[in-house]
Design a protein around this ligand. Structure first.
Ligand SMILES: [Zn+2]
Length: 429
């Protein structure tokens, strides 16, 4: 433990602190960072700043200091166009990997210090980051997506033998039917480095032959996948939109219910009993597709399905919020022009505007609760002693106008694990 090297700390001073727990804003706050972690935080008068150490000071006067943002469901697929379905067929897979490197950097530049890649190249990007090859947010990635035949991940308009990623070395779908195939697919995803298993337990908007309310996989199949994840200390995230799909997923022990269009009262009761469940709505993708999707080239059936679900979905998310359930913020963005990385803080605005979230709660959803959705609640998500120093300095008050978080130029500093990754005019001495 003992280090002879002279200690060096970073002190963020003078800003208003929103710590991500939902506690009241603290004016004139001090955050002391040593190595990767927060060693002290509080009102300037109450915090002892160590002397005789090498010190870097960040002046946050008049600005907001808060935890780095977390997007709890996106896809680091590096898409280039909004003709998503065609692009996946005609563009070499490798180009997606290259573009996703830049998408990851865009996320970090916009203040996102952790993202959850629910199917994409994240399993490789995180390793490249660990090697020091590229920069970006902390990534948790499933790499692959388990889907039943004729399910959300089955690209039904191409021959079935071209769908599964294990044989095609393209895409991210693992088609599996029956308990033993589900176990095998889960183990394949783990073999490739998945941090968690992603499964589609319902149909969806961007799949042509199924619908959000359709139920996919049996309870036994989902349970088998949850068990495989549990064996290695990991968890399952479900693409899950329909009511019955939510009940099956909750019964089977799925950790996060993503999209969550149609919860009923029974779903809410079941979720309350399972204290570890996180709901992860993705309003941003739906909003962009219903308002601009048609012009951007999305299939008309997808735009129509999006429009059909919107009103009910926002009411239902408001219901989950009022019921006091844990909700995390996510966009489902894929990197295309319409679903561009770096604009992900729009989800907070949509939650406030359409689902009645208080701005403070929207911030908690995009920080502390995001960490819960990633299984990192003991590690990051709040500006508290002992947590990793994932901190941003924002020019403006997101409690007055949550939109300030969408303006990259107002994100003056981004710190990830104690390292200043972005410095955009923040005074550092
Ligand atoms: Zn998704």
């Amino acid at each position: 433990m003992s280090k002879k090297k002279k200690r060096s700390i970073t002190v963020i001073k003078g800003g208003s602190l929103i710590d991500g727990t939902g506690a009241k804003q603290v004016k004139n706050a001090v955050v002391v960072v040593e190595d990767a972690k927060i060693m002290a935080v509080g009102k300037e008068a109450d915090v002892d700043i160590p002397r005789n150490v090498k010190k870097t000071e960040i002046n946050a006067d008049g600005m907001t200091v808060m935890p780095g943002l977390i997007d709890s469901h996106l896809h680091l697929m590096g898409l280039k166009t909004d003709r998503i379905l065609e692009e996946e067929l005609i563009r070499p897979h490798q180009l997606g990997l290259i573009k996703s490197v830049f998408d990851a950097a865009d996320l970090l530049d916009a203040g996102f210090t952790t993202v959850k890649d629910c199917g994409g190249f994240g399993i490789y990007l995180k390793r490249a980051m660990a090697e020091g090859t590229l920069r970006g947010p902390r990534i948790l990635s499933s790499g692959y997506i388990l889907s039943q035949t004729a399910g959300h991940g089955d690209i039904h308009y191409i021959p079935i033998e071209f769908v599964d990623a294990r044989t095609t070395k393209r895409g991210m779908s693992l088609l599996c039917d029956g308990v033993s195939e589900c176990i095998k697919a889960a183990r394949y995803a783990l073999r490739e480095g998945a941090d968690f298993i992603k499964i589609c337990t319902s149909g969806g908007v961007m799949s042509m032959v199924d619908r959000p309310e359709h139920t996919q996989f049996t309870l036994e199949e989902i349970k088998a996948v949850v068990e495989e994840a549990r064996h290695v200390g990991k968890y399952v995230t479900a693409h899950c939109q329909g009511t019955e799909a939510m009940k099956n997923s909750l019964k089977a022990g799925v950790k996060t219910i993503d999209h969550a269009f149609y919860p009923d009262d029974e779903v809410i009761e079941m979720a309350k009993k399972r204290k570890d469940v996180v709901f992860v709505p993705t309003l941003s993708i739906a909003w962009r597709i219903i308002t601009e999707g048609e012009d951007a080239g999305y299939p008309l059936w997808a735009v129509a399905k999006g429009k059909e679900v919107w009103e009910t979905m926002v009411k239902n998310i408001a219901k989950l919020y009022k019921a006091g359930l844990t909700i995390a913020s996510a966009t489902d963005f894929v990197g295309s022009p319409l679903l561009k990385m770096g604009t992900n803080a729009m989800e907070l605005e949509l939650l406030v505007k359409h689902c009645g979230f208080k701005p403070m709660d929207a911030i908690v959803v995009a920080t502390r609760n995001g960490a819960k959705a990633c299984g990192l609640e003991n590690v990051t998500g709040t500006v508290q002693e002992g947590k990793l120093a994932d901190v941003i300095v924002v020019d403006g008050d997101p409690l007055k106008d949550v939109k300030v978080l969408q303006d990259k130029n107002r994100i003056k500093m981004v710190m990830k694990e104690g390292k200043i990754e972005v410095r955009r005019g923040a005074k550092i001495s």
